[in-house]
Write a protein that binds this ligand. Structure first.
Ligand code: DGT
Ligand code: CA
Ligand code: CA
Length: 380
């Protein structure tokens, strides 16, 4: 026995390791996942307002369409004219229920890598992996594994940022897109971000950016060197402190397991691949039980029931059905899930199922308060 030692002074002690994941061109990529033939064509996901055939806005577009200047928020008419010369461009209607299923599935994969997991909206999440990694090198390898896993299981690409806090991790995930991985080491962090525009800091939108510009603050470095009290006068204490700290590479906001549940999902790997619905009866029952217990425990009722089949070749089939009203009844959950599975197997032909999942969405607290995405209210 030697002398007592102090804990090592550097990274493994106290410095957190945070991963931020942002799915690439998410809604459009979801469309590519279920229609792989779209992969080399411009894909535009639209929110049709219904006034005239083409009125509405673009929700998002894949990177091929972006080359032609098509992006979130522009009118569908403008997008169509920008792609007029491109014969193979595809315009699709938003299918948020399906995107939410893809999201939940991806999140459920990534959650397994995290000590603490927080999802933010439909296409982003934070993982705190400080306990399960020793250093940033190891965290980078973990991030590569996450990308690989999500790509293999879902055919989904994402961009990942690794850093010592949430703000830096989010800045990092935005640096290389799509399919990127960027690590900002804590020792280099301040230098790394110093020449970036202030609006690279998450939360600084056009309004705050313009106000900062008027104050002569254009880069993150300018902001880091500015006077906090002056900032407080202009932006209020909360915003000022946040942006000032962020510019200095500081953010103590913890990764918090979000208890706002959008979807409840359970997936099981079958003991052996199944070719008929009957072979999965028992698994389906157990999944329904488990998911039902979770819903009851959280005092949540559901309106939409879904099943997800992942095949031996990693193809996926999903089916969902909405009930007329919210329910918290086990029998209706089970019978809907069963008939969805029967349907999927019948239509699937000679498929081999490897993993089976059950999903509840359109959730409501039994208090009557909605827990669905704000997204649902988006009109663009
Ligand atoms: P990215 O991350 O740059 O590869 O592309 P996205 O499409 O994933 O963009 P992001 O992360 O800002 O937004 C995630 C999803 O949110 C996106 O796929 C569609 C939706 N979205 C984003 N902006 C808008 C918008 O202005 N209007 C509507 N309706 N939906 C939007
Ligand atoms: Ca995204
Ligand atoms: Ca995003």
């Amino acid at each position: 026995m030697g002398m007592d030692r102090l804990p090592p002074p550097t990274t493994s002690f106290r410095t957190r390791r945070i991963i931020h994941v942002d799915f690439d061109y998410f809604f459009a990529q979801c469309e590519e996942i279920r229609r792989p033939e779209l992969h080399d064509r411009p894909v535009v996901v639209c929110v049709f307002s219904g006034r005239t055939e083409d009125s509405g806005v673009v929700s998002t577009a894949n990177y091929i369409a972006r080359k032609f200047g098509v992006k979130s928020g522009i009118p569908i008419k403008v997008a169509k004219s920008r792609l007029a010369a491109v014969s193979r461009a595809v315009f699709m209607r938003l299918d948020i229920d399906y995107y939410r299923q893809v999201s939940e599935f991806a999140m459920s994969i990534m959650q397994l890598y995290a000590d603490k997991f927080e999802s933010v909206g439909i296409d982003e999440c934070y993982l705190d992996v400080s306990d399960s990694t020793d250093d940033f090198e190891m965290t980078k390898i973990l991030a590569q594994q996450i990308k690989e896993d999500v790509r293999k299981q879902l055919n989904l690409t994402c961009s990942i940022g690794v850093a010592s806090n949430k703000t830096l991790a989010k800045i990092a995930s935005d640096i290389t897109k799509p399919d990127g991985l960027t690590v900002i080491e804590p020792n280099n962090a301040v230098k790394y971000i110093t020449n970036m525009e202030v609006d690279k800091i998450p939360g600084i939108g056009p309004k705050t950016r313009d106000s900062l510009h008027e104050l002569g603050i254009a880069t993150i470095g300018d902001l880091a060197k500015s006077d906090l009290f002056m900032l407080i006068e202009h932006f209020g204490k909360k915003t000022a402190t946040y942006i000032y700290n962020a510019a200095n590479g500081v953010d103590d906001d913890p990764v918090i397991e979000s208890d706002q549940t959008h979807t409840i999902m359970r997936i099981a790997t079958l003991k052996s691949s199944a070719t008929s619905s009957a072979e999965m009866n028992e698994d389906l029952y157990m999944l329904c039980r488990s998911i039902f217990n979770k819903a009851s425990q959280k005092k949540i009722s559901f309106r939409t029931v879904g099943v997800l089949l992942i095949l031996n070749n990693l193809d996926r089939i999903s089916r969902s059905r909405s009930l007329k009203v919210h329910s918290s009844n086990f029998d209706s959950l089970q019978s809907v899930a069963k008939s969805l599975l029967d349907e999927a197997m019948k239509e699937g032909g000679s498929i081999k199922v490897r993993r089976l999942g059950v999903v509840l969405s359109d959730l409501q607290n039994t208090t009557g308060q909605n827990t669905i995405f704000d997204f649902m209210n988006w009109t663009g």
